[in-house]
Design a protein around this ligand. Sequence first.
Ligand code: AMP
Ligand code: MG
Length: 332
Amino acid sequence: MKTVSASNVPLIRLADEPDSVASAVAALENGELVVLPTETVYGLAADAANGEAVAAIFAAKGRPRFNPLIAHVDGIAMAERLCRFDPLSRDLAAAFWPGPLTLVLTKRDDAPVHDLVTAGQPTLAIRHPLGFASRIIAELGRPLAAPSANRSGRISGTDAQAVANDLGGSVAMIVDGGAPPVGVESTIAKVEDGIITVLRPGGVTAEELTNFGEVRRAGHGAAIEAPGMMTSHYAPNTTLRLDVEKVREGEALLAFGPDRVGGFERAVAVENLSESGDLRQAAARLFAAMRALDGCGAAGIAVEPIPTEGLGEAIRDRLIRAAAPRSESDKR
Ligand code: AMP
Ligand code: MG
């Protein structure tokens, strides 16, 4: 695996190095920020009980304080200490954890989670991630607050070098676990009266949730339920155009599937999310492809149509937000 270099990052470790776990845990216990690989995207982690450390997350990301963070746990037992579960949420956790499903639940008063994590709300979003991050939480014995490792509103971190470039100066350590296998953030769901409301589409599809109960989608006006769902998000510097029928002069092309749209030969660069049209592969490649096209000097990025089913919903959600106009109030 490649070694990451960023002059302003003091310590970068590969996830499979023997002392990576001990170093990461020591830094977190010390109130420092550590970038950890998860199966969704890289997380900018801090001890969720340490208010100063959590405040440092908001500062490093330039994230508005009203936008709460997800608390990451090492399993149901830790989750039950933080939140009150209804039976359906417990079933969902049993079915999808560890994995890309975040549940919004009522926080217990004595949960070891600083108020900054919840932005003062009575609810807490929790998730059990897969792999390295889960080992770190188990060693630490406490939950980690860990939003995506990127400046607020920007393309989510899916490779250690990009994270180092974006946030390097603010963190004690970056653990490089390679490309996250899911590639998009977790699905955020909230159960009320036995109905599952999806606050943010993500790595667990609506179809998968349907096996457990009625699924509703929070509209784009769900800004109060999930304050992170601001209109402009995941944004590259270059403008995106979605569902194009034709590539325009000077544009790069974000392609999907075996067939190309008109004018593709004039694209200044092409990244295909999945030649075979596999949405799982497309999700895993999405942010890296956006980053690559953003850096190629094109006048704009044309995006081919992506299906709406399965993981297509999460991919389209990210692309719609990446293409959204950026008002002053959205630059956060
Ligand atoms: P990120 O960690 O960058 O994937 O962002 C976390 C997302 O979870 C944001 O969209 C937050 O608004 C959302 N979130 C965190 N806590 C809550 C909560 N208690 N209720 C609803 N949404 C939440
Ligand atoms: Mg994020």
